[in-house]
Design a protein. Structure first.
Length: 267
């Protein structure tokens, strides 16, 4: 075990600055995107179809033609560019990512998308409860574990650096950008802060929400979503197999109660 851990660390360090082109699975358009092992060694070793099958399936099942999609914590854009293919040329995707290194990958990918996909706008900011400047911690291992200071999971390891980033909130963004039909959120434990108090998004606009929820944020996120009239489902299951849950799970789908029948009983 010690040897494999050592070997992993050597590979992580040796490939940290690599950026190269791969292709999304054909089920989500097959477009080229730029990836980096510093966002996870899975991008080095796994077929793209096996990197995050539930996330790709959720894009196919929940993003409809012409939709506007906001991807919060876009990383290298696996969901953002899959969603762009599903939304089609009349859709719109906005990818929010504060890490400058991952932003450079996202912008390279956005520039090479086919004209059959929705345009992808990359916004280099964090999303939080208040408009402010925040400390953003870069993980020493996978950049998928990057997080605003005060958040983050054990996979982060010893932080390699801290960046000062601009943070915006959802309700403010709703006054500046096309309004979302779908929001995907992966912010390493800060998801409660992202959605808390965002009354316009949750009460008026009411997008479908695809959210990875850390254990320490589960109670808060359950309360926020249930009190806002969302029905919760396990995002690891396909739409045809989804059953209502009482609490958020690690991979949560939250559908406004008024949209539930349209999504669970066929498109």
């Amino acid at each position: 075990m010690a040897i494999s851990i050592l070997a992993r660390r050597i590979v992580e360090q040796a490939t940290r600055n690599w950026v190269y082109r791969r292709r999304l699975p054909q089920a989500v358009g097959g477009a080229a995107i730029f990836v980096t092992p510093s966002a996870g060694l899975k991008y080095l070793f796994k077929p793209m179809s096996r990197i995050d099958p539930p996330l790709l399936r959720n894009a196919v099942e929940l993003v409809r033609p012409n939709d506007v999609v906001w991807d919060i914590g876009a990383n290298v854009g696996l969901f953002a560019f899959a969603a762009a293919a599903c939304a089609g040329r009349k859709g719109r995707v906005v990818a929010f990512e504060p890490d400058w290194f991952l932003v450079s990958c996202l912008r390279k990918s956005a520039a090479c998308q086919p004209d059959t996909s929705a345009p992808v706008t990359v916004v280099s900011v964090a999303i939080a409860s208040q408009i402010s400047l925040r400390a953003f911690t870069i993980a020493s291992r996978s950049r998928a574990s990057n997080a605003m200071r005060g958040y983050g999971q054990t996979q982060m390891g010893v932080p390699s650096e801290s960046q000062t980033v601009v943070a915006l909130n959802l309700d403010w963004l709703a006054s500046k950008l096309p309004l979302p039909n779908v929001i995907k959120c992966d912010v390493e434990g800060a998801e409660g802060e992202v959605f808390a108090g965002q009354t316009r998004i949750l009460s008026e606009i009411r997008p479908i929400i695809i959210c990875e929820v850390a254990r320490n944020a589960a109670a808060q996120m359950t309360a926020i979503l249930v009190e806002s009239g969302y029905i919760l489902y396990d995002g690891d299951k396909s739409l045809s197999a989804k059953a209502k849950t009482e609490r958020v799970s690690w991979n949560t789908i939250a559908i406004p109660k008024e949209l539930k029948e349209g999504y669970l009983n066929g498109r």
